[in-house]
Design a binder for this molecule. Structure first.
Ligand code: X90
Length: 279
């Protein structure tokens, strides 16, 4: 199927790419008076330093409806994939934009997918959709259920060394926020069915934490397919994790990418997010 525009928010850690017909809509990051757009112009390592020296907590905001409308402009068929509605207003602003767009473009077809996840799992979902679109016989009307089915095969795990920004911004429950006070935490967690942060376990030391991630992948029925590891200033551990996965699954297809602004803000320095697909 041709001419389907793919639109994703910047939590997917990806950049707009005309060759993929892919548009990325930025969230906003705020420190004091300063608003930064999470787009290709953002210097992530400056931004991380700014975040660390900043005394007051930063904030983030979902894309405005207008930004979604700009991304939809002129599209006859589009699929929007957003960060989890369980932790952000991004999905809701995309739904509102769709309704407004359809008023002026009544024949347009737009699907909005709530990923119930963040980061690399959004990229996996987009890749899955790109594969579906290769089928010339596929009808747009069948896409929504196909995407829902594909989503049952993708998962997200993450490793966080700090929960500071998540708890200061009220994005985790008070019980989870309590963990943030612990020093040198290596929290391993996953996206819950509702798309909230779900802690699974804590690990002492990075070596154990990486082993634990692989163990959790196995428990989540990983069998050696596609993996995307997103890292926040932690390429070294991302590469170690890749090696550990390849030791057990030599055919695994693994990509490592740097996080963009939104995920860097919440996962913080050292954080890893791992998305994988089951056979
Ligand atoms: O301002 C906004 O609307 C954006 C709020 C986003 C909050 C969550 C970002 C999470 C990023 C942290 C670890 C992964 C947890 C994912 C659970 C679904 C990364």
């Amino acid at each position: 199927m041709e001419n389907v525009r793919l639109i994703v928010d910047s939590s997917a850690n990806t950049l707009s790419d005309p060759d993929r017909n892919l548009e990325v809509v930025p969230l906003t990051l705020t420190f004091g008076e300063e608003n930064l757009l999470d787009d290709e112009n953002l210097n992530i390592s400056d931004f991380l330093t700014k975040m660390e020296v900043n005394q007051e907590a930063g904030k983030t905001a979902a894309p405005s409806i207008q930004r979604w409308l700009d991304a939809l402009d002129g599209a006859e068929q589009a699929i929007i994939v957003t960060i989890t509605s369980g932790m952000s207003g991004t999905y809701s602003s995309a739904l509102q934009a769709r309704d407004i767009y359809l008023e002026s473009h009544p024949l347009a077809k737009i699907i909005v997918v709530d990923s119930r996840s963040a980061g690399p799992e959004l990229e996996l979902i987009i890749e899955g959709i790109e594969e579906m679109l290769q089928d010339p016989k596929l009808r747009f009307a069948d896409l929504e259920s196909k995407i829902a089915e594909y989503r049952t095969k993708t998962s997200l795990l993450f490793l966080l060394q700090s929960l500071r920004n998540l708890s200061l911004n009220g994005r985790v429950s008070p019980a989870v926020a309590k963990l943030a006070g612990l020093l040198k935490i290596n929290l391993i967690g996953t996206a819950s069915v509702d798309g909230d942060l779900k802690p699974l376990t804590k690990a002492r030391g990075m070596k154990k934490a990486l082993k634990e991630l692989v163990k959790q992948m196995e428990e989540n029925k990983y069998q050696g397919g596609r993996v995307i590891i997103d890292e926040c200033e932690n390429l070294a551990d991302a590469e170690k994790l890749k090696e550990l996965i390849l030791e057990k699954y030599p055919d695994a297809k693994i990509t490592i990418r740097p996080m963009r602004g939104l995920c860097s803000f919440y996962a913080e320095r050292g954080g890893l997010m791992v998305a994988f697909a089951n056979a």
